[in-house]
Ligand binder design. Structure first.
Ligand code: NAP
Length: 261
């Protein structure tokens, strides 16, 4: 299926690692122009060099999105250099374990700044260009927004708010034809996920345990599978889909797991 994404400018926050990187690679392969917005310089530069070497068009903007002015700059640099902005994929985030008992309120607020503020700021600054392009927004949330995880109040608050904002923006932006959807990954083996696994006493055992509970194929979702869902939503092949929460997770969040026990 041709997704009709050729030459569309797709901004992907956290685009130099894990799920974001898979979205960037997929976008490039579809002929779109991915913009990698990422904090760490080396990762972004390496990916952009590799993509350019392979003949793809792309842009890297280094930014720490916990700073509002850097969100604004990321949008500005995109438009200055590429002249348009068609799709915003809000993806950057970190499960930072600010739990109810041990986490001070200051840490809670800082985590919201790291995980939630930039979803709003980027959408705010990108809006004039999204209106021009009749573009769309995809918010990467997490299944923890609907199941909880324990020990990570701030991250889960941010992920839940991203779902509410998806519905709020989808409603507000109807008159402009701008679609807004959310994707909720569950278990995807990315650098962030590996860091969490390695913080446990028996990472391999835990991973096997989790995989056993994933209804479809007893395996983790790949970053590529998340990216494919995101690119479908980004494309006009999903032209009547807005305000939706998609769970590409092998049935992990919703299906009856007792069948496997
Ligand atoms: P990842 O591999 O750690 O990638 C996250 C990327 O975001 C990193 O490149 C990181 O850059 C960047 N980033 C984080 N905070 C940033 C900031 N303030 N400014 C700029 N860049 C920032 O994580 P991932 O697993 O792919 O996660 C991507 C998204 O999926 C997140 O929103 C996460 O909550 C969600 N998710 C993932 C899973 C999963 O199983 N992996 C499950 C549910 C939801 P640096 O490396 O420079 O910090």
């Amino acid at each position: 299926m041709d997704l009709h994404l050729a030459n569309k400018v797709i901004v992907v926050t956290g685009g130099a690692s894990g799920i974001g990187e898979a979205i960037v690679r997929g976008a490039a392969q579809e002929g779109a122009i991915p913009v990698i917005v990422n904090r760490r310089l080396e990762r972004g530069e390496k990916l952009v060099a590799e993509l350019k070497q392979a003949g793809y068009q792309c842009l890297f903007v280094q930014a720490d999105l916990s700073e509002i002015d850097q969100c604004q700059r990321a949008v500005q640099e995109t438009v200055d250099q590429l002249g348009r902005l068609d799709v915003l994929v809000n993806n950057a985030g970190i499960n930072d374990g600010v739990g109810l008992e041990s986490g001070f309120p200051e840490a809670f607020m800082q985590s919201l700044q790291n995980n939630l503020q930039h979803y709003y700021s980027l959408a705010h600054y990108a809006l004039p260009y999204l209106k021009k392009a009749r573009g769309n927004i995809i918010n990467i949330s997490s299944k923890t927004a609907v199941t909880g995880q324990g020990g990570t109040s701030a991250y889960v608050a941010a992920k839940g708010a991203q779902l509410a904002l998806t519905r709020e923006w989808a409603t507000e932006l109807l008159p402009h034809g701008i679609r807004v959807n959310a994707v909720l990954p569950a278990e995807v083996l990315t650098p962030m996920y590996e860091t969490w696994l390695n913080s446990l006493a028996n990472p391999n055992e835990k991973k096997a345990q989790i995989e056993q509970r994933i209804p479809l194929d007893q395996r983790m979702t790949t970053a590529q599978e998340i990216a494919d869902t995101v690119l479908f939503l980004a494309s006009d092949r999903s032209s009547h889909t807005t305000g939706q929460l998609l769970f590409p997770d092998g049935g992990y969040t919703h299906l009856d797991r007792a069948i496997h026990s």
